[in-house]
Design a protein around this ligand. Structure first.
Ligand SMILES: Nc1ncnc2c1ncn2[C@@H]1O[C@H](COP(=O)(O)OP(=O)(O)O)[C@@H](O)[C@H]1O
Ligand SMILES: [Mg+2]
Length: 444
């Protein structure tokens, strides 16, 4: 909203303008996404889609294969990409590394740092070996000056680190607030669309795990990526949650060390613990993230509740799925888990969300409860229904092939999957229900 007398801006309607003191002067402004998306000012007449030029997108590669994979092949001209993640997870590191590669390969890149001084960025760049004459740095928090820098420098790509740190002077809201973040995002989106320069925004995540300020921001940008991982582990996963130009299933895997984030090309064995002696509660599942198979160890600990309500704590797996699997075990197998504390982890700081890991979770719980280990070399796949039945999973062949490649020799899978190509070299144990799996696997 804007005061039509003095131009004072506010995110909401105000009866009296704090700028000039006039009453009822606030009017709706056409800033924002609406204006940015309106297309060319002259207003093109409708045309057949077949005649719209530029069907072949020219994507700009980031120089980091794992980033390109998640973007769907690189940056699309004029697109706005938001990179979210916890503080300290490595967002600035990743973007600085991408920025220097683009600068080296294509041309000028502008890195706007609203949080760190030029010296701090320079020191980090030296540590990351990310110093290049075509990489321009602007320690700047004023959005209008950021726009000016982008227009003057005409970089091939612009990075704004972070969107919470930049603000519009004269807007009655503090930097980082919803109003400021929205206004700045709108301006940068419009600039990107008008100039064709891809803009990368860094966004912080709040304690609740959403991008600070704005879910709204996710709607305004073209692509939303999250960098996630456990700060106590070296692995970081880049995940797309929204992408107007590609799939959101792909992940990129990195390892953090003193020289920055290193790409991990073959991550499938990262998320296994190193122990070779089977212990109860540990199960290896074969997951697929996007097009990539990933073997992940799930660990469960089931122990009698001391007092109070039984606890259900998880890391890296969906708590609701764990509760569901506990209920299925209780009802369909007769395992009394309601008086037990349950802890379930995915090893290595990875997060798995696909239902194909259900059987692995259920088996880990049962294994811990009965204190019987799953034999070494066993990999498990399968979705579990409410009646305890096993359902088929997508891309079974790929999961089995990866397990065989990494030296596993047995696979437990839903009935019907035993003929799947890819299982060569593995002994396949097909089962129709969770109860059957426990009989097959947890007998000593
Ligand atoms: N001198 C250093 N040596 C090794 N790792 C470092 C060094 N300085 C910072 N880091 C790592 O980089 C991380 C900070 O990454 P950064 O890109 O600033 O995160 P974000 O931008 O997401 O807040 C730290 O958590 C730390 O693990
Ligand atoms: Mg940072």
């Amino acid at each position: 909203m804007r005061c039509r007398e003095c131009g004072y801006r506010s995110v909401r309607w105000l009866g009296r303008c704090p700028g000039c003191g006039e009453w009822h002067t606030f009017v709706e402004e056409e800033t924002g996404v609406r204006a940015a998306r309106r297309g060319t000012p002259a207003g093109d007449p409708p045309r057949p889609l077949t005649e719209v030029a530029g069907a072949e997108e020219t994507r700009l590669t980031s120089g980091i294969a794992e980033v390109d994979r998640v973007l769907g092949g690189g940056f699309v001209p004029g697109s706005v990409v938001l990179l979210g993640g916890d503080p300290g997870i490595g967002k600035s590191t990743l973007l600085l590394q991408a920025a220097v590669r683009v600068a080296g390969a294509v041309g000028r890149v502008l890195y706007v740092s609203g949080e760190e001084s030029a010296l701090q960025v320079r020191l980090r760049a030296e540590r990351l070996r990310a110093v290049h004459p075509a990489l321009y740095l602007a320690p700047e928090t004023d959005i209008e000056r950021v726009e000016k820098h982008i227009l003057e420098l005409k970089p091939v790509i612009a990075v704004v680190d972070s969107i919470q740190a930049v603000s519009l002077d004269g807007l009655a809201a503090v930097p980082g607030s919803l109003g400021q973040v929205r206004e700045c995002t709108v301006r940068l989106t419009r600039l990107a669309k008008n100039t064709g320069i891809p803009v990368l925004l860094v966004g912080h995540v709040t304690k609740e795990g959403v991008l600070a300020g704005p879910r709204t921001m996710e709607h305004m940008v073209d692509t939303v990526l999250y960098l996630e991982g456990d700060r106590h582990h070296a692995y970081r996963i880049l995940r797309g949650v929204k992408n107007r130009f590609g799939s959101t299933n792909e992940i990129g895997v990195f390892e953090m060390d003193s020289a920055g984030l290193r790409e991990v090309e073959n991550p499938s064995r990262l998320f296994l613990s190193s122990g070779s002696v089977p212990v109860s509660g540990s199960v290896i599942v074969s997951c697929v993230e996007g097009t990539r198979p990933l073997l992940v160890e799930i660990q469960a600990l089931v122990s009698t509740t001391g007092y109070g309500n039984p606890r259900r704590l998880t890391a890296g797996v969906d708590t609701n799925r764990v509760i569901l699997m506990a209920a299925v075990l209780e009802k369909r197998v007769g395992m009394l888990l309601s008086g037990q504390d349950i802890y379930v982890n995915a090893v290595g700081g990875v997060r798995i969300s696909e239902p194909a890991a259900d059987l692995g979770i259920a088996l880990a719980l049962a294994s811990s409860f009965r204190d019987r280990p799953v034999p070494a070399g066993t990999v498990v796949v399968g979705e579990v229904g409410l009646t305890g039945e096993l359902r088929p999973v997508p891309q079974l062949g790929k999961r089995l092939r990866e397990a065989a490649k990494l030296g596993f020799d047995r696979a437990v899978l839903p009935a019907g999957g035993a003929n799947e190509p890819g299982g060569e070299g593995l002994r396949l144990l097909a089962a129709g229900s969770v109860a059957e799996v426990l009989d097959l696997v947890l007998t000593k």
